[in-house]
Design a protein around this ligand. Structure first.
Ligand code: SF4
Length: 346
């Protein structure tokens, strides 16, 4: 898949854009002033593979809390600022990136102060445009459209560039797929800054994942997108899981893949239960292995043979494959263990 050419922007130890792998990020649901709870949640997210974490900064106490949080985590920390530019000035001292919303951060002079501070601390800024909080004059001119989001972002890119600041990442999000995707597509040829992509306020883990997959997936298929956030009304662990699943499905980040048939009246094993157990037991695997869980002999042996490890169900037992070869035949209650043993050997 040919990716859009973008300049690389460093965020802590990572790079976004410039051909770096597309990263998966999330956002804490804790109050940032509760340092212990925030660090605890970030550790859980790190464990799940989260590569960049954002926290909200709502007052000066929270801006100062970033110092301690940063000292206790190992992934880049992003400070999310709305309304008060002074929080951005303080956060820049500790965070690896600032996210500001141009629609509500205040006058151009305030944006300029934030830019100067980011320059002094050598950190990038994400211009995070949201359809729901666009500047009044932009809405008057363009309405609530993709064009409005693009123009809001361009206006702020200009302010940053006039200050000789190019350490910028762009996002333009709406809660509907069409306007979000159109905005990114429109912007793609106008600038070479990397894009943070996602559908904002996408919904619950189920509907939001579907919505995000369509929106993020459409852009990724166009080669657009350098870092992603799946925005869900759920535990942020779900966001990370969904983010990697989207990238994995498009072959953009390789991790373990499970191929499983939908099951039907031909299967004689508990295929749904078995697949769920395999998914859970292998969730930690970050290597590109392919696991096939198939219900019967119709497509089972074919798919299972293609995979690194696989099972094809039969009457009361399963045939276990590894790298295309039949390894053994086990009773149905021993299938999970046999599969995991073979996976561990890999
Ligand atoms: S592989 Fe077998 S059990 Fe699975 S859907 Fe196909 S026919 Fe049904």
């Amino acid at each position: 898949m040919k990716r859009r050419k973008t300049r690389g922007v460093k965020v802590g130890k990572l790079k976004i854009g410039g051909n770096a792998p597309i990263t998966v990020q999330s956002m804490c649901t804790t109050h940032t002033r509760d340092i212990d709870a925030t660090v605890r949640q970030i550790h859980e997210l790190e464990e799940a593979g989260c590569e960049i974490i954002r926290v909200s900064v709502t007052d000066m106490n929270e801006a100062k809390s970033l110092k301690k949080i940063k000292e206790n985590i190992s992934i880049p920390l992003v400070a999310d600022i709305h309304f008060d530019y002074r929080l951005a000035l303080e956060s820049a001292k500790y965070a690896d990136k600032l996210r500001i919303n141009p629609g509500n951060i205040g006058s151009n002079d305030k944006v300029k102060l934030v830019v100067e501070q980011a320059k002094d601390y050598h950190i990038p800024i994400r211009i995070g445009v949201n359809l729901g909080s666009l500047e009044k004059e932009i809405i008057e001119k363009f309405g609530l459209t993709s064009k409005a989001m693009v123009n809001s972002a361009l206006k702020h890119i200009k302010i940053l560039e006039e200050l000789d600041f190019y350490n910028t990442i762009i996002s333009m999000k709406a809660s509907d797929i069409k306007r979000t995707v159109d905005a990114y597509r429109m912007m793609a040829s106008k600038v070479d800054y990397p894009f943070h992509i996602g559908i904002t306020e996408a919904g619950t883990a189920y509907s939001g994942t579907i919505k995000s997959s369509i929106g993020i997936g459409s852009l990724l298929l166009d080669g657009i997108g350098d870092t992603i956030r799946v925005s869900l009304t759920s535990n942020p662990l779900e966001e990370v899981k969904a983010g990697f699943e989207i990238l994995n499905s498009l072959g953009l980040r390789k991790q373990r893949t499970i191929i499983s048939c939908p099951s039907c009246g031909r299967t004689e094993i508990d295929l749904i239960g078995l697949t769920k157990s395999v998914e859970k037991a292998t969730a930690h695997i970050r290597k590109p292995i392919k696991i096939a869980v198939m219900g019967c002999a119709v497509n089972g042996p074919g798919e299972a043979r293609e995979a690194d490890v696989g099972v094809a169900g039969a009457k009361n037992f399963g045939i276990i494959f590894r790298k295309g070869n039949v390894v053994k035949k086990v009773k149905k209650d021993k299938i999970l263990k046999a599969l995991l043993d073979e996976i561990n050997k890999l």
